[in-house]
Design a protein around this ligand. Structure first.
Ligand code: ZN
Length: 471
């Protein structure tokens, strides 16, 4: 009873106190308060798995790139020792996101990929969706929009000033940057719109110059159906000199048939995997057999298939290897629901056991995008975004200790009501406090709060610094 009285009095005085000091305390809170996002000017799908890396940890600092206001690339950094945030600074100007008359207001294809070269200059590739007719003939495919650009920081590890370089193909889209141990830089991208080859350009001088684009996935006319072969790869570092690729196939149908009300749809199938040995220039399948490049649908089906998925649709493969070079692949898989938009998809996990691809039997992973971290053949984590049926968005990590046979949710990094999230790929060489970048989607606005998440949740920032749109 006595206890109850004390509690009641406490609540009463707290209530009084709140009333009396309301103005003062809220002012204090506003100026000093920490928020769990670092910027509020993310725009559209501000980050994604495909354009990557979006973040790199280097010499004590995490560098982050994302699509901000007007689809321009923004860069921020966080010093893990001093706890100091910098930016976001606008790193360049995209040709997309500026035309109010364009039917598709936010294009989203030109999100930035970020790389730090061996001389500590920071590189961003962004702004492309295949180029436009005004840019001239695309020798490796077709056009859509935008112009792929390459910008470099004016000073080493300084994100405040940038210079545009005219040394990559403007027809690029879905930029993916990789640096090898010897400093060689590779920029992978699709050389145009859907009906285009996927290529890479290599630089051996810290991005001052790039060699001509080299095709590795070939777009090709089909003969038995009115369609073209098209591809969606996700490219990453393997072990040593190797680059690894997970990909799926897009049957890019013609829109000619008036009876076919669906016309062109984002129909994607199958899971594939291959390896690029950058030392020899040879491409190989998982069995170490040499592939004839650029890869056609026929060669891919015969030599590089992880899983044939003919009925369900696929989306966004990701891959990683263990120290023995045995890869694991995840792919979103789900039914085609009969509309232009495809149905909900769930991650499927595949592991090469040295002899064959083993498909995980787990069916408890939530629907949503994810990235994969392979620590060993047995120990695997998936970082993913998901949304439950109560409209609660969540970023979580799911661990497996049996090579992907089963997964268990081990950690929730962020959870928000009435929100959904889009996620980046895992940050390159990450500090444990900063593993992934996410943008929070809310109804009624195209702007996104941006979060940097690690093992301790979001890295906080002063509210005044984080409110970029007001400043
Ligand atoms: Zn298409």
């Amino acid at each position: 009873m006595k206890k109850l009285l004390v509690v009641t009095l406490c609540i009463y005085f707290t209530f009084l106190g709140c009333n009396v000091n309301k103005d003062v305390s809220s002012k204090l809170e506003k100026s000093d308060a920490l928020v769990d996002y670092f910027a509020d000017n993310g725009f559209g799908n501000a980050v994604a798995l495909v354009q990557h890396p979006s973040g790199v940890y280097h010499k004590g600092i995490t560098y982050i790139a994302y699509q901000g206001s007007l689809e321009d690339p923004y860069v921020a950094s966080y010093n893990h020792e001093t706890k100091e945030w910098k930016g976001p600074f606008k790193a360049g100007v995209s040709e997309m996101g500026k035309d109010p008359n364009r039917k598709k207001k936010i294009d989203n294809h030109g999100k930035p990929a970020l790389l730090i070269d061996d001389a500590d200059y920071i590189h961003i590739a962004f702004g492309g969706h295949g180029g436009m007719r005004k840019h001239g003939e695309n020798p490796l495919g077709n056009h859509a929009y935008g112009k792929n650009l390459h910008v470099v920081s004016k000073k080493p590890l300084d994100i405040s000033a940038w210079e545009t370089q005219d040394n990559i193909s403007l027809f690029g889209t879905y930029s993916q940057f990789i640096k090898m141990d010897n400093g060689d830089m590779y920029l992978f991208y699709r050389h145009g719109a859907h009906r285009s080859d996927w290529v890479y350009q290599k630089s051996t001088d810290n991005g001052a110059t790039f060699q001509e684009p080299v095709s590795f996935l070939k777009h090709k006319r089909r003969t038995e159906v009115e369609a073209e072969d098209s591809w969606y790869p996700w490219v990453s570092r393997g072990n040593g000199d190797e680059i690894i690729v997970a990909f799926d196939y897009h049957i890019c149908r013609d829109k000619k048939n008036p009876q076919d009300t669906r016309g062109h749809i984002p129909e994607r199938h199958n899971v594939y995997y291959m390896v690029f040995d950058t030392k020899t220039g040879a491409w190989k399948n998982v069995k170490n057999e040499r592939l004839k490049m650029p890869l056609t649908k026929e060669i891919a089906d015969e030599n590089t298939l992880v899983k044939n998925i003919a009925n369900d649709w696929t989306f966004q493969g990701v891959t990683d290897v263990d120290s023995n070079g045995n890869p694991q692949v995840i792919m979103l898989v789900g039914p085609d629901v009969g509309e232009r938009r495809s149905g909900p998809k769930r991650i499927q996990h595949f592991r090469w056991d040295g002899q064959a691809w083993v498909k995980s039997l787990t069916d408890n992973l939530p629907r949503g995008d994810g990235d994969l971290e392979v620590k060993s053949a047995k120990e695997v984590s998936i970082y993913l975004e998901s949304k439950n049926n109560k409209n609660v968005g969540e970023i979580s990590r799911w661990d497996s200790f049996d090579g992907g046979a089963s997964f268990k949710k081990s950690k929730v990094f962020l959870r928000r009501k009435k929100s959904g999230f889009v996620i980046s790929s895992l940050i390159e060489n990450p500090h444990p406090d900063a593993r992934i970048i996410v943008a929070e989607k809310k109804k009624g606005t195209d702007y996104r709060k941006m979060y940097l998440l690690g093992d301790n949740g979001p890295i906080k920032r002063n509210v005044k610094e984080a409110e970029v749109l007001k400043n």
